[in-house]
Design a protein around this ligand. Sequence first.
Ligand code: ZN
Length: 160
Amino acid sequence: MAARPTFSIEVAERDGVDVVTIAGIIDENADLSPLSELGARPIEVNLRGVRRINSFGVRTWIDAVRRIAQSARLTFVQCPPPVVDQCNMVSGFLGHGALTSFFAPMVCAECDEQIDQLFETAACRANGGKLPETRCPRCGRPMEVDDLEEQYLLFVRDSR
Ligand SMILES: [Zn+2]
């Protein structure tokens, strides 16, 4: 069963990297201040648990990301579809950071299997801006993204 999607943010240090884990719903009540309090060390933000971002949350988020030191290497990993959608729609959503890995909702036209598959942005870029082939775990046929692939991958062209 899925946990109730309340907002949470945790910061932990790992091998000289500040690892920030954010989950739940990002709205006007989300306290993103721990992001702004980070120093100039590399920062890795894991967004796997983010369920939804509303319009107030987008504003709060962009403010917080802008306060992160420009000198800090900033990466966003395991971004789920709600985050990918914002990256595609809102310019400056990642500040000076780069989205390095993300989930895409994949469907199998053959057997209707649905999975959220993790992809590396660099692998998509190396593949001409497209998702690498994903085989259905149930029937082995190639799966397709449950969205317009070109739109879902807009950020691949923009991000560094
Ligand atoms: Zn299948």
